[in-house]
Write a protein that binds this ligand. Structure first.
Ligand code: MRU
Length: 356
């Protein structure tokens, strides 16, 4: 998608270097950063220069390529794969991408390994782009249906950033929105700010602005009243891990939106590529929920009147905090899953029907 009218992807490989858009600087500064080593890739995932389940997976795949360039040694590659997997715990795409790469590289000789690794990393990236595009085409039908009934702007609420910045291109939750906009359907997006890291306000609003899509940032607690007032037609969110029973793990606060949507009879959809499905875990209590640094809660960052980035503390130094990064929305609150293969019920039957 576009930034200042120029088309970008979130990650690419050039002259043995991985290039990323440093998302910790957005929306105030657009900076492309080089990842030269596997350590750089691990760090970029950990400190969230790249974030969002599919993009984390792609970065890990390229991280393994960097590991081979650095030292073509199986022991080093294995250690790199373990360090990558543990860099963030919740999004399943990370382990999925590393496992896929390691399976492809198993038994490959030293001479061919770099080319095979690079081809596989590129395949993961291209596949994500086409999956996200297909998610958009499936989700477009839902938005179109609402528009045809309403004959007026479709108001969509989204949480966190499941936009193109969280994937390689198109996004998951935003892909149907981009497709609808390109088809001339009038859409408006309610963007949850998504405390504490503000992925909604900093990233979703930014990328929608760049594509010329009307959007309004709201506090995380405002969705309920907007739904009661009839100002939300549909919710579409992304996910970091969806279980085979249809339970959806996503950014903290998603669950509360789903409860509110249920109470107000508003369709609540989750958009995901199949790389986000965890076929192994049966009980959501087994999902490792990331607990992040309390500084993300105690401090906020923004620009002052001189356009300088400042970070300030917002509550007493002595106060304790708990910063859980994700929650789980039970399948019963989810209207449907929008995938690259079409839309299905959030259930084992629904998912297995699409993904044999
Ligand atoms: O902590 P983040 O910013 O990596 O969390 C991102 C999300 O929760 C997204 O909704 C999810 O990864 C889906 S991205 C298409």
């Amino acid at each position: 998608m576009r930034i200042e009218k120029k088309a970008y992807r979130t990650i690419w490989f050039e002259n043995n270097i991985v290039k990323i858009i440093d998302q910790t600087k957005l929306p105030h500064e657009f900076k492309i950063k080089d990842l030269n080593t596997v350590k750089d890739a691990i760090n970029a995932i950990r400190i969230m220069e790249v974030r969002g389940a599919p993009l984390i997976g792609a970065t890990a795949a390229y991280g393994l390529v960097l590991s081979i360039i650095e030292k073509n040694d199986l022991f080093f590659l294995k250690k790199s794969s373990e360090d990558l997997i543990s860099s963030r715990p919740t999004a399943i795409n990370l382990k999925w991408a590393v496992d896929r790469m390691m399976k492809k590289l198993s038994g490959v000789n030293e001479k061919d390994i770099l080319k095979i690794a690079l081809d596989e990393a590129k395949a993961i990236v291209e596949e994500d782009v086409s999956f996200c595009k297909n998610i958009g085409l499936s989700g477009l039908k839902i938005i179109e249906e609402i528009f045809n009934k309403k004959r007026d702007t479709v108001n969509i609420l989204t949480h966190c950033n499941a936009g193109w910045l969280a994937t390689i291109d198109w996004g998951t939750a935003t892909s149907p929105i981009y497709h609808a906009h390109q088809k001339g359907i009038k859409v408006h997006v309610w963007v949850d700010e998504t405390r504490p890291r503000n992925q909604g306000a900093n990233l979703t609003s930014y990328e929608l602005n760049e594509e010329g899509i009307p959007n309004t940032v709201i506090t995380d607690n405002a969705g309920g009243i907007l739904m009661q007032r009839g100002q939300v037609d549909i919710c579409i969110v992304g996910t970091d891990r969806t279980l085979s029973n249809g339970d959806v793990c996503n950014k903290i606060g998603t669950y509360l939106k789903a409860l509110s949507a249920k109470d107000n009879n508003i369709p609540f959809y989750v958009a995901l590529p199949s790389s986000t499905i965890d076929w192994n875990i049966k009980d959501h209590k087994q999902i490792p929920i990331e607990e992040r640094n309390s500084e993300e809660l105690s401090h906020v960052e923004g620009v002052d009147e001189n356009n300088e980035i400042k970070k300030v503390r917002i509550y007493p130094q002595k106060s304790k905090s708990l910063n859980l990064a994700f929650d789980v929305t039970p399948a019963k609150l989810v209207t449907g899953l929008i995938t690259e293969k079409g839309i299905c019920e959030a259930s084992e039957k629904g998912l297995k029907g699409l993904f044999k």
